[in-house]
Design a protein around this ligand. Sequence first.
Ligand code: RIB
Length: 307
Amino acid sequence: MTADIAVIGSITTDLVTYGRRRPASGETLAADDFAIGQGGKGANQAVAAARLGSKVLMLGRVGDDAFGRANRTALDAAGVDTRHVTVTPGCSSGVASIFVDAEGENAISIVAGANGRVAPADIDAAANELARCRLILLQLEIPLDTVRHALAFGRRHAIPTILNPAPAVDRLDPALIALADIVAPNEGELALLTGLPTQTDTEIEAAARHLVESGAKVVVVTLGARGALEVGRNGSRPVAPVAVRAVDTTGAGDAFIGALAHFRIAGLDDTQALARACAYAACSVTRRGAQSAYPTRDDFGRFLSSQ
Ligand code: RIB
């Protein structure tokens, strides 16, 4: 299968606790519920695009353990091509401890495990398949050298790239950012990337513009329940939110990016693709978990008709 979209990134098991509020430091607090789910920003974006109907290739690593085997089974079940998901012996699979509060907001701590071993050589080993893709998605849960290598690969082969600079990195090298065609941070990540405040809409637009002036072609800032903002060299445009009652926002940004990639590849223009991606992310927060919350193309169609 020739993939439309290649995702080079993390594959993680999410250990999710649901409770009223996060425990304070030193406090023991009874929570309400627990679930084990499939996550990792890379795998989440791959599954979102695949559920919508794109042909997706995933490049990443898992450990030689039960979590890694379950990760691969879940990707296969979503129709993602896992031929370039390799097993790293002597290393755990990636794990995320997630706390979701009563408002559906989350706090996440991650152990990279095998995700930290994804290497530039893995990209070289998959070069033939990658060179046939139409879009490459990247995040920052794998080593930065590998992200840089993948962005340079995209540039050399004229394959557009979307960089989701998450989790946030303080003042990421502007030369790396400039290699991406679209940079898609949330407000917090944008603040760390630029060193600028992002408390108000004006500040967010100014910080995104700063990224564009430092070399990014297009910046798409995800704003959660407030939609998104696209800033490019020719101006900026807000993307209206879709109002829903959020039960769990985990992986909503990944749903947005996977859907944005899918709808761009499907031929929608920029405005339509951004609006659809916002709606897909909104739909995802109405259910628990990351990948477990991502609708299929049919479910998403029903969600859109109900709006
Ligand atoms: O973006 C959400 C994801 O971040 C979770 O699925 C978790 O695995 C962490 O990587």
